[in-house]
Structure formats: structure tokens, C-alpha cells
Design a protein around this ligand. Structure first.
Ligand SMILES: [Zn+2]
Length: 348
């Protein structure tokens, strides 16, 4: 009575309701019933209360109990090896010092996510739309990239290539690991100035600085493990468990990376003597340009509101870097000032 009020059942009742383990559980109790079953429970090494083996009436807890009681060695050895492997491969992200799991070197990251195959595929996709290398817009984007590179902690040595894709509908830009830059002309009116382009490319290059592609590739392992655990404990199919993992782990992980790229990008542009306040202005314009924004929990990106709040929070650090970089002395801040005072971008 007390046991049932506390949410536990005896082995006798629980064995009728657990679908996947039913057959195995029945094998344990095949010829037992009533008095014999109580004797069996009393002798069980896992008896928890007055010698009786008890099971939770909550399905997932009961499944976890079952795994622990009948597959303890497997749970301990696989789980233990997984935890050791995970902890052994933890490392710090440059600049923000966030701890993360990563099993790929920068070389493997480049080969997997930014190698010739990925690069050529993108070039093929936009064949005929890529502006020539000597086009004023390409030259200007290249100038911004060049100015950002010294702050990237060693990435300047990569083979950088800048491509501007003439597609006014696409408000987008991205940088492959290894240094292949793609900017769509659709984002340029939102950037307005070189400092605006620096805000976008600071963010995109920050993904490379933090080796986010390697982290995403590495995260497939723990995410797959989490999906299997959910299937075992909640008795769901792979689609449901993958969706749960995506919502609960993968999307928050993406948002963490995006926020981190905002943070590092802000510092990169400040170090390159672009006024970091231009990043806030850029994301405000981006918010106006984007008609629909999904709720944050369904999105790979932070909401515009959270993004601008975070940027404000990091701004004092970025402004310190901007001042410490000696921008005044080099005169670069004056050029940036001219840029932000309305110098229009060349038409693509
Ligand atoms: Zn991003």
C-alpha cells in the first residue's frame, strides 16, 4: 500500500506492462507466480525494500531500472568509456574559453567541411553569378577580409579566396573552414558600409576562429548516443528520439555557437579598427529586413532581441579593444569614420 502510494509497483504487476523487455522479463518469471514470485523477489540481489524488488510505475523510470538491474555491466562499461572519451576530448574555445567536445584537428575540419569538394560544389551552384575578382565590390569585400585576418590567431595563413555572388534576393554570407568567403549582393544594402560588411564577416570568420565546424562534426557522436538512450528509456522510435535530441540539444548548441560567433566577431572587427557599434546597427537593419523570425527554441540562431542584448553586453570589452588597438594612431579610424558617414558601396 505504502509502496504504491510512493509510486512503486512490485515485480509481479510491472512485468505485464513493459513492452520491449516483456519477453525477457517473462523469461525470468516463467514458472513463478504468487508465493514463488515473492520468494524470487526476496532473493534478488537488487531488492530495495523489505527484501522485495520494486519497480516504479513511471514507464521511463521503470525502463531505466530494468537496464540498471539486468544490464548493469554493459551500462557501466559503455557509459564509463563514453564519459572518459568525452572528458578526454574536451578543449577550450579560443577567446571565449568555453569548454567543448571536439575530436577533429583543424586540418581534418578543413578537409571535411571546406575541402575542394565543398568549395567546387558551391562554385558550380552559383556558376555565372560570381562577380569577377577585379570587380569593385569583390575588391572591397576582399579589403575587409584582409583587414580582419591579422586578428584571427593564425588563420591568415589559410588560402583565402573572396567571392561575391550576384543574387539580390539572398541576404547571406558564409566562410568555409580554410578561408573561402562567399558574400551575396543581397546583404550589401543591409551592410551599407565597410564596417557593416566587417560586422557580417567578423561573425562568419569567428566561426572559423572557434572551429565551430569541427565541433559540429564532433557533436554527432554524443547526439547519437543521446538519441539511443532516449529510445531505450522512453521506448520511442528513432524519428521521435532524433527530434527530441534536435530540439533539446542540437538547436541550443547551434545558438551557443551563433552567440559565440557574435562575441568573437565583435572583437575581431574592433581589433581591425572597425567601430564595433556598427555591429549593433547592422543587426538592427537585418531585423527590419527579415520579415519572419521563428521562435528562438525552434531556431539555430538567437532572436534579434537576444542578439542585440548580448552585443550590448559585450560592447564595453569590444570598445576597449578598439581603443587599445591604436586605431587613432594609425588613422584607420578616420577611414572607418568616413565609411560610416555614408560612403555608399559600389553597385555590384
Ligand atoms: Zn553564424
Amino acid at each position: 500500500m505504502l509502496a504504491s502510494r510512493l509510486g512503486f509497483r512490485t515485480a509481479t504487476r510491472s512485468l505485464h506492462v513493459r513492452p520491449r523487455f516483456q519477453a525477457q522479463a517473462q523469461a525470468h518469471t516463467k514458472r513463478l507466480s504468487g508465493h514463488q514470485l515473492r520468494q524470487f523477489a526476496d532473493r534478488s540481489p537488487y531488492s530495495q525494500r523489505n527484501g522485495q524488488q520494486q519497480w516504479s510505475r513511471i514507464g521511463p523510470v521503470r525502463n531505466a531500472q530494468y537496464l540498471w538491474r539486468y544490464h548493469r555491466t554493459a551500462v557501466l562499461s559503455v557509459g564509463g568509456a563514453g564519459v572518459v572519451f568525452y572528458v578526454y576530448n574536451l578543449e577550450e574555445v579560443p577567446i571565449t574559453h568555453r569548454r567543448r567536445f571536439n575530436i577533429y584537428s583543424p586540418e581534418t575540419e578543413k578537409a571535411q567541411a571546406g575541402g575542394p569538394q565543398a568549395y567546387n560544389m558551391i562554385l558550380d551552384q552559383f556558376r555565372g553569378k560570381v562577380l569577377p575578382g577585379d570587380h569593385p565590390t569583390t575588391a572591397m569585400v576582399a579589403r575587409v577580409v584582409e583587414r580582419l585576418l591579422p586578428s584571427t590567431g593564425g588563420l591568415a595563413g589559410d588560402e583565402w579566396r573572396v567571392h561575391v555572388i550576384d543574387d539580390p534576393e539572398q541576404k547571406n554570407a558564409f566562410v568555409l573552414p580554410g578561408g573561402k568567403v562567399f558574400v551575396f549582393t543581397g546583404i550589401l544594402p543591409i551592410c551599407q558600409t565597410e564596417a557593416g560588411i566587417a560586422a557580417v564577416l567578423g561573425h562568419e570568420i569567428a566561426h572559423n576562429v572557434a572551429h565551430h565546424a569541427a565541433e559540429r562534426l564532433s557533436s554527432r557522436l554524443p547526439l547519437a548516443a543521446a538519441s539511443i538512450i532516449i529510445q531505450l528509456v522512453f521506448q520511442t522510435d528513432a524519428f521521435l528520439s532524433d527530434s527530441a535530441v534536435n530540439l533539446l540539444l542540437d538547436l541550443p548548441h547551434s545558438r551557443t555557437q551563433e552567440a559565440e560567433a557574435d562575441h568573437i566577431g565583435l572583437l575581431l572587427m574592433a581589433e581591425a579598427c572597425y567601430d564595433p557599434r556598427e555591429a549593433v546597427a547592422f543587426w538592427t537593419r537585418m531585423k527590419k529586413a527579415e520579415k519572419y523570425e521563428p521562435p528562438q527554441f525552434l531556431s539555430t540562431h538567437p532572436t534579434h532581441y537576444n542578439r542585440s542584448e548580448s552585443l550590448k553586453q559585450w560592447m564595453p570589452e569590444a570598445l576597449r579593444k578598439y581603443e587599445d588597438s591604436g586605431c587613432e594612431a594609425t588613422g584607420r579610424s578616420f577611414r572607418d569614420f568616413v565609411g560610416t558617414m555614408g560612403k555608399q558601396l559600389p553597385a555590384p
